[in-house]
Ligand binder design. Sequence first.
Ligand code: G3P
Ligand code: CA
Length: 242
Amino acid sequence: MTYILAHRGSAGTHPENTMEAFIAAEKAGADGIELDVQLAADGEIVVIHDLTVDRTTNGSGYVKDFTFEQLRKLKANFHSTHFFKKAARIPSLREVFEWLEGNGLICNVELKNNVKAYKGLEEKVISLIREFCLEGRVIISSFNHNSLVHCIQLAPDIQTAPLYKEVLFRPWDYARTLQASGIHPNFKCISPEDIEAAMDCGIAVRPYTVNKEKDMRKLFAINCSAIITDYPKKAYRIRNQY
Ligand code: G3P
Ligand code: CA
């Protein structure tokens, strides 16, 4: 069965990377969530996509310059087109893991350290995964493949997958070179043949961000390992037909 991972939570229907979006994903029938992490000024691992808070909150400035307490005061649904009576907040990864303790969901943690170097981010994320005994349910991904290799060296028991957005020749070989257990390509950059070849080699393939019904159907039809989508409810309905 192809797993459904809700991109930044149910980001197509709720403010991205908020508890509201993650809870909605669970209600929609998703098998897991994808989220993005960075480090706040006080070292807290925070769940937010952009390097600045400008696009998704009522604040302005770099995430790294705010303490978690300051980030917490921002409205994380400020620019959202989705209507919420209650203001959504930027969660810490700890808060998400506390919630995960009560369900069986998978969590794909994307390290957003491709531009800004967050010193110690890998160690902190792995330490939190171990604290919550989530080794079997977390997949670490990143566009920063050096960072990913660092994670693999620190924690070879935790699943990892390089993110990429260009066509790769024999991506399963690349994953093996890194010693990663999977690959997370942009869905436009991988053919069904390459998906099947990778899975035959034991490499999990979880393309992103698969939002259109026709693209979902193609991946469900070949039993791709997982899809990452903004619309888990739609994906769940379509997957039931396979
Ligand atoms: O993990 C897949 C996807 O989230 C990567 O791109 O920019 O949405 O974080 P982005
Ligand atoms: Ca992401």
